[in-house]
Design a protein around this ligand. Structure first.
Ligand code: PMP
Length: 402
């Protein structure tokens, strides 16, 4: 990878922050957007803006073609079996809420859902909301000290009442890449479907939903170098066909009378209302961009950056890194001595470094480690060794001020 050339795709990376060159290390929250994706948004507004799926006129056909082309690109990107299994959403959160609401309708009082202690709130709260309606209990897979899951405990959480497993592919805090394929096989031996929260994994590694054999996979475009407000939910056709629509409205119907409505075929049954067709079209460009770089090359580059950053950060006196799994994505959450994460983050910002602080929407995981927050540096292929060196020097400098 020619990183200098790649960085030219991201004008924002050339910005100054507080008079210092920006070092953007908040990629797990959202990635930056390459110029080609911004151009695709621009082109949609300038040339092809019309509502999709309902117009006979040329503009509408053009917009529809772009949306449906992205659906095929997303299908290929995650290797889904068919485009009927690719539903456009607002993002991972909406994908999970869709399943909680729709599959949740088929659950009963006393049913159980298995989640893990490292889940993002968006893979906890939708199940709790469902639980309030249906008295469903969450069973939680514990996280071990190194940030991996206790897989023995996982096996023991299954009961006759288990209806779903909902697990993240990669932790947004610990970076742990969970052995989801094995965990899915275990769940299926118990006859239980699995939803995978792929928000963090999909931007960083090749995902093959058929190989994983997951039943649902949710992801967000804004973490994948795409636009904000768009995402996708993969679901196995046989499950989606049995599920009721998530929302009602235009686009998701076949016929409507005041007595009875029949629903559109998949995937439209789950896409009520006007979608973010501009964003979806631009997501297609983001997927082209990722394919051009190559997901394996991205994973390799980020793995190398993680190894270098980890080694260098351990030079900082009082450094504690949370999450030391062997199989780990390019995320380093840490604390230095007892320095508050917000204080560290604010001072780093003064020096031009964008990092995340606080609970990272994973309060149960913070409680597991007995802290209220952590500082998180999360890397993308476009980050450099020089940025890591500068970051380590800045963390040392800020730490010495306390
Ligand atoms: N799950 C994980 C693991 C995440 O990191 C995030 C985003 N921080 C989400 C879910 C939610 O994604 P979104 O806000 O894009 O819906």
């Amino acid at each position: 990878m020619d990183i200098n050339k790649i960085r030219e795709d991201y004008p924002l990376l050339g910005r100054d922050i507080n008079g210092k060159p920006l070092v953007y290390l908040d990629n797990a929250a959202t990635s930056q957007t390459p110029q080609c994706v911004v151009d695709a948004i621009d082109e949609m507004y300038h040339c092809h803006k019309a509502n999709v799926h309902r117009g006979v006129h040329t503009l509408s056909q053009e917009a529809t073609d772009r949306v449906e082309a992205t659906r095929e690109k997303m299908r290929a990107f995650i290797n889904a079996g068919s485009i009927e299994e690719v539903i456009f959403t607002r993002g991972t959160t909406e994908g999970i809420n869709l399943v909680a609401s729709s599959l949740g309708e088929t659950m009963c009082n006393g049913d159980e859902i298995i989640v893990t202690q490292m889940e993002h709130h968006s893979n906890i709260v939708p199940w709790q909301l469902l639980g309030q309606r249906k008295r469903i209990t969450l069973r939680v897979v514990p996280v071990l000290d190194d940030g991996t899951l206790d897989l023995d405990a996982y096996e023991e959480l299954f009961s006759d009442n288990t209806r779903l497993v909902a697990i993240s592919h990669m932790s947004n805090v610990l970076g742990t890449i969970n052995p989801v394929k094995e965990m899915i096989a275990t769940a299926h031996r118990h006859g239980v479907p699995v939803l995978v929260d792929g928000a963090q994994a999909a931007p960083h590694m090749a995902v093959d939903v058929q190989d994983l054999d997951c039943d649902f996979y949710a992801l967000s475009a804004h973490k994948m170098y795409g636009p904000t407000g768009v995402g996708a939910l993969y679901g196995k056709k046989e499950l989606l066909e049995r599920m009721m629509p998530y929302q009602g409205g235009g686009e998701m119907i076949s016929t409507v009378t005041f007595e009875h409505t029949t629903f559109a075929a998949l995937p439209f049954k789950f896409e009520a209302g006007t979608p973010d067709y501009v964003g979806i079209a631009a997501l297609g460009t983001a997927l082209d961009y990722l394919n051009e770089l190559g997901m394996d090359a991205i994973a390799e580059r980020e793995h190398e950056l993680l190894a270098y950053a980890t080694e260098r950060m351990l030079e900082v006196p009082g450094m504690h890194i949370y999450g030391t799994a062997q199989n780990k994505g390019a995320v380093i959450s840490f604390l230095v001595n007892d320095i508050n994460s917000y204080d560290m983050g604010l001072l780093l910002d003064k020096l031009g470094f964008a990092v995340r602080t606080g609970h990272h929407c994973a309060q149960p995981l913070m409680a597991r480690y007995g802290v209220t927050g952590m500082v998180r540096a999360s890397f993308s292929f476009y980050n450099t060794h020089e940025e890591i060196d500068a970051f380590v020097a800045a963390v040392k400098r800020v730490s010495s001020m306390f």
